[in-house]
Design a protein around this ligand. Structure first.
Ligand SMILES: Cc1cc2nc3c(=O)[nH]c(=O)nc-3n(C[C@H](O)[C@H](O)[C@H](O)COP(=O)(O)OP(=O)(O)OC[C@H]3O[C@@H](n4cnc5c(N)ncnc54)[C@H](O)[C@@H]3O)c2cc1C
Length: 467
């Protein structure tokens, strides 16, 4: 691979010409800030990029990519770096292509209920922009206040509302993508039905920045639900909580969110908020319901009350005010940091299983916790089978570090054994790369490689990710 160090003046000039002198960052202190993301990977000197290039337009991205291609420089795209698997961490030097200047919402087409935007727009900003016109952009990763649309598309981000509204892929109608050699590809469009050729749009969704740079995205929208309600239900066991969710879905009551947490999570939240866990509580469900108005919410709430009672709930609380709603959601939003505060280190994972396997995978994770003598609290999106076990440990203790890695291996194995998958929403990136080939099998791996080879023959786009 060409080294930027040896070609520095020429290469940097090429990038400066493409985006403007002030938008190429090269000071060692500043570029260090682009060497990590929100994953649980340790900082490493070798992941510091040689420069950071910040284009403003598609044409500028195209010029940067054409030049990088010509010079054989690796390119790592980056949104807000909120990724949990190291996707935007550069592994082979080269440049980080930061999309943070491309923050325009381009068109809100109310007649077609679609919106197009640049990749650097924050997820929550797009949501709020559409909501002002009574339209709803549902994908809501927990990171939505800072994550970007480009990152969401590249990771196929999900969120709490996925149980009712699906994930990012379900909303992408078309993309503009700059390919590795700088050419600009347009996929999809506003026609709702479209079977012209391969589904190239889907190919790029979830491709983790390895196939092209998303420079524009067109999303479909829904009407904004007029009313929302939140319910908190406590059960004795995770089994009871899971079966309540199954019953709701079978009954046709689909909550817009069904978040579950186990006893250790409840303990973590209580510690962080200086409150007490209800006696006998072994699991908690936080449910959001939405609909056309108060009567629709009331009907759903009554149905959920009956179903959760039948499943054996201990307490049922439906938020009666905005403050109470906020207080219930605050428990869920603060959960990640509350759990992290229980140990020096936390290896937060993201696996997904068929919904019916949720209780069994939790049982297996509990067994792994006993074998490895580590605490592994579990929370997740019960409605769609996506869960986040957190291996709590002290990585400074070599014996504990080895047991923690053994626990992570066991968790992935359990997910695959039960017909699940390595990632429900965070992608593969660097941290799950060692498991990828086994998870997908040789034919899928070869197909992935063939697609990569066709679109990025020099292997310059986000090298070292996924496999
Ligand atoms: C507290 C917290 C909560 C989270 N909750 C959720 C959740 O509920 N659901 C969920 O799915 N994820 C969640 N995440 C993970 C993360 O926020 C998502 O993966 C998010 O979509 C990443 O967006 P980003 O802009 O930060 O992308 P980055 O982290 O910068 O990049 C992610 C990947 O996308 C690529 N990329 C970025 N922009 C582009 C582009 N324009 N073109 C091509 N490739 C690009 C990068 O190379 C990288 O591979 C959470 C993270 C945190 C820290």
């Amino acid at each position: 691979m060409t080294s930027l160090t040896t070609l520095e003046p020429l290469v940097l000039d090429g990038f400066r010409e493409a985006v403007g002198r002030e938008h190429v960052i090269e000071s060692p202190l500043e570029v260090f800030g682009y060497s990590y993301d929100a994953s649980f990977l340790a900082l490493d000197r070798s992941t510091v990029p040689q420069a950071v290039v910040r284009p403003r337009t598609t044409q500028e991205i195209s010029r940067v990519m054409a030049f990088a291609h010509q010079q054989r420089i690796p390119v790592t795209p980056r949104g807000a770096a909120s990724g949990r698997t190291g996707g935007s961490v550069p592994l082979e030097g080269g440049i980080v292509l930061a999309l943070d200047r491309m923050t325009s919402i381009l068109e809100l087409d109310t007649a077609n209920m679609m919106v197009s935007a640049e990749p650097g727009v924050r997820t929550a900003d797009l949501h709020d922009h559409c909501a002002r016109q009574g339209l709803f952009f549902p994908p809501d990763p927990g990171s939505w206040k800072f994550s970007t649309l480009g990152g969401n598309v590249a990771e196929n981000a999900g969120g709490m509302r996925a149980v009712k509204y699906g994930v990012t892929r379900d909303y992408v109608m078309g993309l503009e993508v700059v390919l590795a050699d700088g050419s600009i590809l347009e996929t999809g469009g506003k026609a709702v039905k479209n079977v012209t050729g391969y589904d190239l749009t889907s190919l790029f969704v979830g491709s983790e920045g390895t196939l092209g740079i998303v420079s524009k995205a067109l999303f479909r929208l829904r009407p904004l639900p007029k009313a929302r309600g939140v319910i908190r239900v406590i059960f004795r066991t995770m089994d009871e909580a899971c079966s309540a969710v199954q019953e709701m879905l079978l009954d046709g009551v689909t909550p817009s969110a069904a978040e579950i947490m186990d006893a250790t999570c409840l303990e973590a939240v209580a510690r962080a908020r200086n409150t007490r866990v209800e006696p006998g509580a072994g699991a908690c469900l936080i449910l959001e319901i939405d609909g056309d108005g108060a009567s629709s919410l009331e009907a759903q709430s009554l149905r959920i009350d009956t179903i959760t009672r039948q499943a054996g709930c201990i307490t049922f609380r439906s938020a009666a005010s905005k403050e109470e709603t906020e207080a219930i959601w605050a428990e869920r939003r603060g959960l990640s940091s509350a759990v992290a505060a229980m140990a020096p280190n936390r290896l937060g994972e993201d696996i997904s299983v068929p919904r019916s396997a949720f209780p069994e995978v939790v049982r297996r994770i509990n067994a792994i916790a006993s074998t490895t003598k580590l605490r592994i609290p579990v929370f997740g999106h019960a409605g769609d089978g996506n869960l986040h076990p957190s291996v709590l440990c002290d990585l400074g203790n070599p014996d504990e570090a080895a047991r923690a890695h053994q626990a992570v291996d066991g968790i992935f194995k359990a997910a695959l054994d039960l017909g699940g998958t390595l990632s429900g929403e965070h992608g593969i990136g660097i941290s799950k790369r060692p498991y990828f080939a086994d998870a997908v099998g040789p034919v899928s791996l070869a197909t992935h490689r063939a697609i990569k080879g066709a679109l990025d023959p020099l292997g310059l786009l986000n090298p070292g990710k996924i496999w």
